[in-house]
Design a protein. Sequence first.
Length: 207
Amino acid sequence: MAAGTAEKLDGRQSRTARSRVAICEACLDLIREGVFQPSADQIADRAGMSRRSVFNHFADLAELYDAVVEVGMACVTPLSEIVSEDEPIAERLEHLVEVHTEFLEATSAFTLALTAQALVGSAKDQALRVSKDALRTHHQDITGLFRRELAALPTLERAEVQEAMSAAMAPLLWEGLRRSRGHSMRRARGVVKRMLIGVLRDAGVEV
């Protein structure tokens, strides 16, 4: 392939990648503004391109939704600070609540969009898959931090305790505290922390 031809090809690929990201970011902007199921026309208008251009880059809204999830998660990944299992349990718990609730707050609009899309959206299968994958990762991250303290419990009891801890920090519970109940970040964090402490103490873990 001639050098000029290669440069043109690279240029086209670069423009295509930028256009795809611009479309995804337009969709994310709409979601952050409370449009939880943006239409193709709304996305195209926000991205400054035609509806036809959107579908030149994505076969359908389902494919676009997958790409939006990928771009959205890349934006919030820096907030997913790792909490060390080596910290004393009280500090570990405090650190977990602080880090995880910051993440939940930052992804609030995304959570609501996933929920709306999973119920009635055009990409509901993708939304359900993404939600399940996110909840599975969320469960593994939280329960893994307390594996030492819970190791001696019978298998069934340990599983129930782990599920209870995940539920205490679930995205929709956070949404309920912040939006439905109208609690401040500080109050909502206090509620989550009390729930976690209660679950651990009920399991015989001193916090």
